[in-house]
Ligand binder design. Sequence first.
Ligand code: NAD
Length: 252
Amino acid sequence: MTELAGATALVTGGGTGIGRGIALALSDAGATVAVLGRSREPLEQTAKLISDAGGSASVVTADVTDSASVSTAVRTVVDRHGSLDVAVNNAGILTATGPLTDIDEEHWDRLLTVNVTGVMLSMKHELRQMTAQGSGVIINVASSIGAHKTLPNMAAYGATKAAVVALTKAAALDHVAQGVRINAVSPGSTDTPMSLRPGETEDDRARRLRAALPLGRVGRVEEIAAAVRYLASPDAAFMIGQTLVLDGGSAA
Ligand SMILES: NC(=O)c1ccc[n+]([C@@H]2O[C@H](COP(=O)([O-])OP(=O)(O)OC[C@H]3O[C@@H](n4cnc5c(N)ncnc54)[C@H](O)[C@@H]3O)[C@@H](O)[C@H]2O)c1
């Protein structure tokens, strides 16, 4: 029997990249996985990968910046599958904003709205269901960059991911007595298009990271997903409000 057999999991931003890898890992652990995003097609592809591997998946479309849409998505998942046991708030965007003197306020607002308000709204609606059930696990996706170390021109993105770590701790303390366990992961540069700089090829990135990272390579989506699978499992029952950093030693 796998550790999440009978559980229902929700993964925001589950149509691509790290979110897709997390959805596959939670399915492998036995959960029925609902993948959430704005456009149906990539979500359907993740769902097909899961069903081709013998798992069970469904698709919900929602924008994490829109409270009503997230609320409806959570209700849809519970109506379809009966509960919400694991939620992974992975949806996010990355853009370099330049130094503070040049920061464009619209750009700043967009990053905060998706990366911070999106995680807050997702947790709010997931927690309403989980506290009513009296159980649940939430894992937020922060970032090594920003939350644990900094890079030039990344002040806005960094501020959003530090906020995700702070929200994780606060929500974890507020809801632990109601049976909900909340933690986060902070990936470093991981093998998705998000970690490519403008105009950079995968070979360029490999060269850059060989020099920049103690481990000398980009992280694999499966390595981030394995940490999320652990945090979702009963093995992590004593971990509350923490963030696992998986970044090849970059923040060490
Ligand atoms: N790739 C990396 O190197 C890296 C490093 C550290 C942290 N992260 C974080 O990991 C997460 C996943 O990133 P990724 O690399 O897989 O990139 P990605 O662009 O493939 O994934 C982000 C997902 O979020 C979805 N999304 C964005 N805005 C949304 C919204 N308003 N509503 C619903 N869905 C929305 C996108 O459609 C996409 O599926 C992000 O939170 C990112 O900040 C990535």
